[in-house]
Design a protein around this ligand. Sequence first.
Ligand SMILES: [Ca+2]
Ligand SMILES: [Ca+2]
Length: 630
Amino acid sequence: MNRRNFMKSLATGIAAISLPRCSAAPAKNRAAGKPNIVYILADDLGYAEVGCYGQKKIKTPNIDRLAAQGMKFTQHYSGNPVCAPSRCTLMTGLHTGHSQVRGNKQVGGAEGWKLGSTIGGQWPLKKGTVTVAKILQEAGYATGAFGKWGLGIVDSTGDPQKQGFDHFYGYICQRQAHTFYPNHLWNDGKVEHIPENENGDNVYSHDRISEEALKFIRKYKDKPFFCYVPFTIPHVAIQVPEDSLAQYKGKWPDPPYDGSKGYFKHPTPRAAYAAMVSRMDGDVGRIMDLLKELGLEDNTLVIFTSDNGPTFNGGSDSAFFESAGPLRGLKASVYEGGIRIPYIARWPGKIKAGSTSDHISAFWDFLPTCTDLLGLDTPEGIDGISKLPTFLGQPDKQKQHEYLYWELNGQQAIRMGDWKAIRKRLGKTELYNLADDLGEQNDLADKRPDMVAKMEKLFETARTPSEQFPLVRGAKKKVSLSNYKSIPKDNWKLISADSESKFNGKLAINAFDGDVGTWWHTEFKDNRPAHPHEIVIDLGKSYKIEGFRYLPRTDSGTNGMIKAYEFFVGDDPARFEKPVAKGSFKGASKSEVEVPFGVKTGRYIKLRALSALGGEPFTTIGELGVFGEE
Ligand SMILES: [Ca+2]
Ligand SMILES: [Ca+2]
């Protein structure tokens, strides 16, 4: 089935289920065998940070109980060693050689921290993406996400409520989740102000998020529901309420953390970190208690896992807790410690209690497992394989991956059977045999050139190029013109620019002539005008514009590189309404900067520069581009 037919079948699905969705049909859904799905995703929880995976210091009785009542996977992998791309693979069934999001790519600056800001966030999922949430939604599930999203801010194409979730509560921008006492969270696309945190650490966001997840389960108890709970802890900052801290205070030598490795300082960081894990464990327990209370235990598949390995900064102490167990590497690394994670599945009567599986699986298996569960067609071209046969105790029916693939910031990794290959920035391939070298200490590349050749071929073929997430960054100083192809500039015309440097040819038209080596520079002689500087361009016809690209001047100079900006789209070059995007570019760089925003239709664009990086009264643009469609 191709993608179009698949989308068509989704559409048909809507019609077929629209009646029961509007009337009381819970019994029918039950009979149709649609189990509820609760997917709990811890943030940065290491392979060995829960008791049932060998943790000795931190207590996780509820997660351990989940394992005792379900199946524990010893070889399950996250989608990526960091947050956003990992979650993208979970949602789309595609590994990071094929997925839209392959890194933590911020959009704009840290504006997401500001109350009600809809600027910032992470690179958004595209419109029309087939997500597991969408599939479940169309299959009649109530769908809710509670915690940290990181795949596009409110109003962008990646907004969770445009990607299959009926409800979203929590942090829409993952950077905002670097404090657990925020001044706001997001509730169904609206800002929920938390005034209690304006002058002190009073409302712990994790508690609110847990409460909302519980409310959702209660509200939709009579429907099949998909409750996705991407908890925000134990990711740093190390912050936890006193009642949890009390459990660990004074248990170990605990040197204070002075804040020098980022985030916030803490007087007893080890105790606080352990307390964060245990507090999250407590909420896993509350979710299980509620399922029991509502009589939903038997008809609910509960999955508990983590989005990547344990972290190394912000005062965390992964060495002290042996957070990755015997595995090499931590978060952000494609060694096992960065990607092998705890994974427990519980479904009484279907999944054998107290069982263990060494089936090799990954985040991108979740989507096809769900379609398999519901007897739906799996979208073509995805990388995942259903693990339902393993859940149901039929290992002989379980299809195996030929290999798993990851990439991040120039690192590539492949797991094929017992073999693991790693390559960094296209350098020499490392080769390990995990069967007898779980810690990836003994590089066998020189001994097995045959296997290295096989893996190196896969490093090329397992991925498609990504314009937004090139495998190796910074390799080229020059920006490729192909980056600017999205909306052709052949018919663009300059409407106005408030100033240009005529004497040396740095004219305003250089801002969109398709040449990275030419740029617009505002007048810099004696009569230099001050900010703001504006350029207005006619695109030749109307487009649905989804974002713009800014390439600063590409020589060694830096003056005039735009800092604060506002960007407008409109139908009248003389009158624009409020900006569709505003923010600041972070630092001087020869790279282009991309700023996606929600779709805005118009024929004219205006960029207004409010300040320059060096504080001088200039503006320069090497190349301006816009992306979107007709
Ligand atoms: Ca994470
Ligand atoms: Ca140019």
